[in-house]
Design a protein around this ligand. Structure first.
Ligand SMILES: [Zn+2]
Length: 407
């Protein structure tokens, strides 16, 4: 698909012969080497003759935003106990091994599927998640700079939970989208500018587990973003009006433990593509669901790639059974080409992840592992067997065509 785009660009170059031949159109702007089907194909050869035009416009090249995204960050009570220390909590060890796969990217996005509580109000796991604020300290340490907060657990600690979670996110310097303390705050679109590219990020959930009844009626409308086509359409439009050049939408949707999207997810994905959304990050099923790189037609007749993952799986949780114990770190580049005046997505890939849960003291401890580089790692026998299965399950389910798989 991307080859089609590149071939189109090259064709334009050949036809116009006004611009100097710019390798930046096809180079992987600082990215890792990408062998396989995503590498420059034979369609790019032979290079056109250099233009002899004496006054070519100086090429300005490209700029890139590197995006990483993961699924649900869930905090069951056994994880809270694992992080318990004499003077508080420390969850940073959960993230230590996966941190190198997150940090260094410009946008690192995850779904915070819990609320932030405090010692006084106490902590809780399923079904009403209330976690220590050190959860955010650990997320920050791992490299997250954006957390989505619209999910079925947004109201687990009622109105206090919404407000306190946002206050703590602000305190730790993590941007958020999906919940709000006021109508004004809800209407403020999160637009993050990195490397001269403005990315709008929106988040919606199918519902809030009935906990909405604990929220005063007049506040329900803004405290969490529910999936509503009219609302999404208006937000996407406004994001663009406010300067977003690329739009990411996080959708909390689908059926739990189903490895394929349902018809509602597919319908909503079509709808998001029709709105011109560029990246769709699905969460909630607690298992991985497929990736699609879709070719979308724009109003002006040109085309672009849209990246959709129906479910990113669990990034961390105590759901230690098959499929729910694994997830991915999605990687992709958002590239702005100044010469062509286009923005496009490229270098799609993922790192399979697995939550290694092991006994420690009277309880458990947890490490999110990059699967590929730990298959021969220092793990117990049972874990060694499982991590190899996870590699096979994940790569066969998400596929390899047009995707780089990182170890
Ligand atoms: Zn959920």
């Amino acid at each position: 698909m991307k080859k089609g785009l590149r071939a189109g660009i090259i064709l334009v170059l050949i036809l116009l012969m006004t611009l100097p031949v710019s390798c930046s159109l096809i180079s992987r702007d600082g990215g890792r080497e990408t062998p396989g089907p995503t590498g420059p194909g034979p369609s790019l050869e032979p290079s056109p003759e250099p233009s002899l035009d004496p006054t070519p416009e100086p090429a300005k090249g490209t700029t890139t935003v590197k995006l990483r995204a993961v699924g649900d960050i869930i905090m069951h009570m056994s994880q809270v106990y694992a992080g318990e220390r004499e003077d508080g909590y420390d969850f940073k060890p959960f993230f230590e091994d996966i941190k190198p796969y997150l940090e260094g990217a410009d946008l690192v996005i995850g779904n915070l599927e819990t609320t932030i509580s405090n010692d006084e109000r106490g902590y809780h796991g399923y079904p009403n998640f209330k976690s220590p604020e050190e959860t955010l300290e650990a997320a920050k340490y791992a490299g997250f700079n954006i957390l989505t907060t619209a999910n079925n657990h947004s109201f687990d600690a009622k109105e206090f939970g919404v407000v306190n979670t946002i206050e703590k996110l602000e305190e730790y310097g993590i941007k958020f989208t999906g919940t709000a303390r006021s109508q004004e705050e809800r209407d403020r679109i999160l637009i993050v500018e990195e490397n001269d590219i403005r990315v709008g990020i929106l988040a919606y959930t199918y519902g809030t587990n009935g906990m909405e009844v604990t929220i005063p009626q007049e506040k329900r409308g803004y405290m969490v973003n529910l999936i509503d086509k009219d609302l999404i359409e208006a937000d996407v439009k406004r994001a663009r009006e406010e300067g977003a050049e690329v739009i990411v939408v996080a959708m909390h949707w689908g059926d739990e433990y189903q490895r394929q999207p349902n018809s509602t997810q597919k319908d909503l994905a079509d709808f998001l593509v029709s709105l011109g959304v560029d990246i769709v990050l699905g969460c909630h099923p607690h298992v991985l669901q497929p990736i699609e790189i879709r070719r979308a037609q724009l109003e002006d007749g040109s085309e672009k790639d849209v990246f959709i993952i129906y479910s990113l799986g669990n990034f961390v949780s105590n759901q230690d059974w098959q499929y729910s114990d694994s997830g991915v770190v999605i990687e992709l580049d958002i590239i702005k080409d100044y010469d062509q005046d286009i923005i496009y997505l490229d270098n799609f890939g993922y790192t399979p992840t697995w939550v290694y849960k092991f006994s420690k003291g009277s309880g458990y401890d947890y490490r999110i592992l990059p699967v590929g580089s730990f298959m021969d790692g220092d793990l117990n026998e049972q874990a060694k067997k499982r991590i190899k299965e996870v590699w096979n399950e994940t790569t066969s389910h998400l596929g390899q065509e047009d995707l780089i798989i990182f170890e």
